[in-house]
Design a binder for this molecule. Sequence first.
Ligand code: UDP
Length: 324
Amino acid sequence: MGLGTFRRTALVTGAAGFVGSHLVDRLLDEGYEVVGLDNLMTGDLANLSEASRDPHFHFQSGDVRDPLHVYAEIVFNLACPASPVHYQRDPYATFTTSVLGAKNLVDMARGSRCRIIHASTSEVYGDPAVSPQPESYWGNVNPIGERACYDEGKRGAETLLSDAVRIWGVDGRIVRVFNTYGPRMAFADGRVVSNFVTQALSQSPLSIYGSGTQSRSFCYISDLVDGIVRIGHAEAFRGPVNLGNPEEFTVRELAGLVLELTRSRSTIEAHPLPSDDPKVRRPDISRARALVGWEPKIPLREGLRQTIEDFRQRMADAPRSGAP
Ligand code: UDP
């Protein structure tokens, strides 16, 4: 990049996480100067090893619960533990990270007029009574259950951001992220894709919770990142916007596909269903289609192939990466 050209600056909070690190890579590819903030509660610096070799990437150790003093024109807020195992480990930290993080970003945006793309979640719909879930659905969430620290924290963050948009004209954009998978998922995050792939590759039984008839829709990471960036670049915004893959699979179907693609001899083992586990989840993505022409492109089979390859390689590196 020659003299006279300048780079837009983006801040990614939660930069060392699974989604955050892929977003950092994409923004660097697009020519942004990127500041990545993370407190490494669940993130891993290994996810930023490529980005760290780029002189336009700047890692900052920090916590969104503290006031933010970073200059950026656009902020992507991904800072929050996001898998049930991680977010239930320290529920108080999960809830406060969501709500105080949103508050600190709003304070920053009121001062600097930066744009905020805030990662919310399909968990705001709870155990939905409507399927697929459109953004207009208000959800079915247990406010005092084990998932509440995440669900209600994310709902509170949406409230705060929506009020900031109404009262102060903050350019705040909420995306509701549905189940996403891909390379760099943490081995021990307890999610269904990471668990099944790790179990299949190590020839241990696949842990199906409950009957396995509950459904999810799985979005490949590059599709999700593309949706987030498109929302960030859109001239106008009317949200919140669901980002996820509308193709729906039962947990049992996912297990079958993982066994087929890994050619594993693993068996299947039944485990109790965690409390408040949603029975169905599938996004209605009409709004993302209309607003930014987005829809996922990578089918589950293809995304799983790439994910399995990444897990295989990292597991072969076991002593270094902490693989199981
Ligand atoms: N699940 C499962 N086995 C596992 C991990 C998860 O059967 O080893 C189920 C879980 O009960 C849920 C679904 O898979 O119904 C998706 O779980 P995940 O934790 O990946 O995401 P979330 O529940 O947040 O959608």
